[in-house]
Design a protein around this ligand. Structure first.
Ligand code: SAH
Ligand code: SF4
Length: 362
C-alpha cells in the first residue's frame, strides 16, 4: 500500500528525498506546499523538478479525509465528521474566541481506556489514526474556515489534542504530527499553543517531556484519590496518582518549568463535594497548575449527571485562592460538539481493550 505524504514530518521527508537522490532542502519546499499552500496534487509543486514530482506521485498518496458533515453552531463553533475509512469516522471541532481560535483534534478511532463518563470510551477502540490522518484534520479545518470566512487569515492559533482518543496511546503517529504543527514552514504554531491532553499514561508523559518540550500538557485528573479515580479513569489502576503526580512534578520542576492544566469533570454527587475540592487542593501542592472544571456533558445511556452550577461555583471558590480555576464554558451546544460528546461513528464496536491497561499486580 502506498503511504500518505501527509504522514511525513521534515525528518522523514528528508530521509525519503535522500533515498530518491534529491537534496534535503527540498523537504522544506514540499512542507510549504502541503501545509501552507494546502495543495491537493503533486503537479502544483511548481518549484520542484518534474522528475521529483513524478517520483513523489509514484511513491506517495496525497489525500485528505473526506468530510461527511460540517455543522456550524450559532456561536461560531464548527464540528466536522470526517471519514477515515469505509467503517469509521472521527470528529474535529473548531472553537473561536475573541483572542484565539482553537482546533480540537482526534488521535484515535474510539479509545481503549474506557473512562466511565466518556462517550468516546464507551464506544470502544477501533484503531490509531496515522500521522497523515491527524494532520489532515488541521489541513481540512484551515481550508474550510478560510472558505467559510475568507477575511480570516489565520483562524487557528491553538491546537488541543482533546478530541476522540488518548493521544499518548498513539505516540508513534502523534509526535510527527506535533512536529508539523510546530514547524515554521508547516503550521508554525507558537510555543505552548499545542496542548496534549492525557488521562495519565505515565511512561509516555516522561518521553514527551524530553522529546517535545514545546508542547503544553493537560492532565485529566477527575479525582483526588485512587479509589475514586480507579472507577472514573481505569488507567489509574496501572499508573496510580502517586506516579502521575511524580511525573507532573517533573514537568513543573524541570528545567523548562512547564505550566500544567488539570482537567476535572464535575459529576453530581460523585467528585464534587467540598471535601473533594480540599483533597484536590492538597494533591496539587506537589505540581501546581491551572484547574479547568468541566461540567459533565451527558450522552445517551449514562447514569452520571452534571453537578449543579452552584456546587461547581462552590468547588471553584475553594480552589481559587491557591490555583487559577476556571469553569469550561460549553460551546457548540446545539451541535453536540462539547468534550466527551465526540462520538464519531464507529461501526466496529468490538470494544477491544489493550492488555497493558489492565490492573497489574504491584
Ligand atoms: N484522552 C484524552 C483526551 C481526550 S478527552 C484525555 O482523556 O485527556 C478530552 C477531555 O474531555 C478529557 O479531560 C476528558 O476527561 C473530558 N471528557 C470526557 N468525557 C467527558 C464528558 N462526558 N463530559 C465532560 N468532559 C468529558
Ligand atoms: Fe479515552 Fe480520554 Fe475518553 Fe478516557 S476521557 S475514554 S482517555 S478519550
Amino acid at each position: 500500500m502506498t503511504s500518505s505524504i501527509l504522514s511525513l514530518d521534515r525528518n522523514a521527508l528528508e530521509g525519503a528525498l535522500f533515498e530518491m537522490g534529491f537534496p534535503s532542502y527540498r523537504a522544506q519546499q514540499i512542507i510549504k506546499w502541503l501545509h501552507q499552500h494546502q495543495i491537493k496534487t503533486f503537479d502544483k509543486m511548481h518549484n520542484l523538478p518534474k522528475l521529483l514530482r513524478q517520483q513523489l506521485e509514484e511513491a506517495f498518496t496525497l489525500e485528505d479525509l473526506g468530510i461527511n458533515h460540517e455543522h456550524v453552531s450559532k456561536d461560531g463553533t464548527v464540528k466536522w465528521l470526517l471519514k477515515v475509512d469505509e467503517q469509521n469516522s472521527i470528529e474535529t471541532v473548531y472553537i473561536p474566541e475573541s483572542n484565539r481560535g482553537t482546533l480540537c483534534i482526534s488521535s484515535q478511532v474510539g479509545c481503549a481506556l474506557d473512562c466511565s463518563f466518556c462517550s468516546t470510551g464507551k464506544q470502544g477502540f477501533n484503531r490509531n489514526l496515522t500521522t497523515g490522518e491527524i494532520i489532515s484534520q488541521l489541513r481540512i479545518a484551515k481550508q474550510r474556515l478560510c472558505a467559510i470566512n475568507p477575511t480570516q487569515k489565520h483562524p487557528i492559533t491553538n491546537v488541543v489534542m482533546m478530541g476522540m482518543g488518548e493521544p499518548l496511546a498513539n505516540e508513534k503517529n502523534l509526535y510527527p504530527a506535533l512536529r508539523l504543527m510546530l514547524d515554521d514552514h508547516a503550521y508554525g504554531l507558537a510555543y505552548r499553543r499545542v496542548t496534549v491532553s492525557t488521562s495519565g499514561i505515565v511512561p509516555a508523559m516522561k518521553r514527551m517531556n524530553s522529546e517535545l518540550p514545546q508542547i503544553a500538557l493537560a492532565v485529566s485528573l477527575h479525582a483526588a484519590n485512587d479509589q475514586l479515580r480507579d472507577q472514573l479513569v481505569p488507567i489509574n489502576k496501572k499508573y496510580p496518582l502517586e506516579q502521575l503526580m511524580a511525573v507532573c512534578n517533573s514537568y513543573y520542576e524541570g528545567q523548562r518549568k512547564r505550566q500544567i492544566t488539570y482537567e476535572y469533570v464535575m459529576l453530581d454527587g460523585i467528585n464534587d463535594s467540598k471535601d473533594d475540592a480540599r483533597a484536590l487542593k492538597k494533591l496539587l501542592k506537589r505540581a501546581p497548575g491551572k484547574i479547568n472544571l468541566i461540567p459533565f456533558n451527558p450522552f445517551p445511556n449514562t447514569s452520571y449527571k452534571q453537578s449543579p452550577a452552584k456546587r461547581i461555583d462552590q468547588f471553584r471558590d475553594i480552589l481559587n485562592d491557591t490555583y487559577i480555576t476556571t469553569v469550561r464554558k460549553t460551546r457548540g451546544d446545539d451541535i453536540a460538539a462539547a468534550c466527551g460528546q465526540l462520538a464519531g461513528d464507529i461501526t466496529d464496536k468490538a470494544r477491544r481493550r489493550i492488555k497493558i491497561y489492565e490492573k497489574t499486580s504491584q
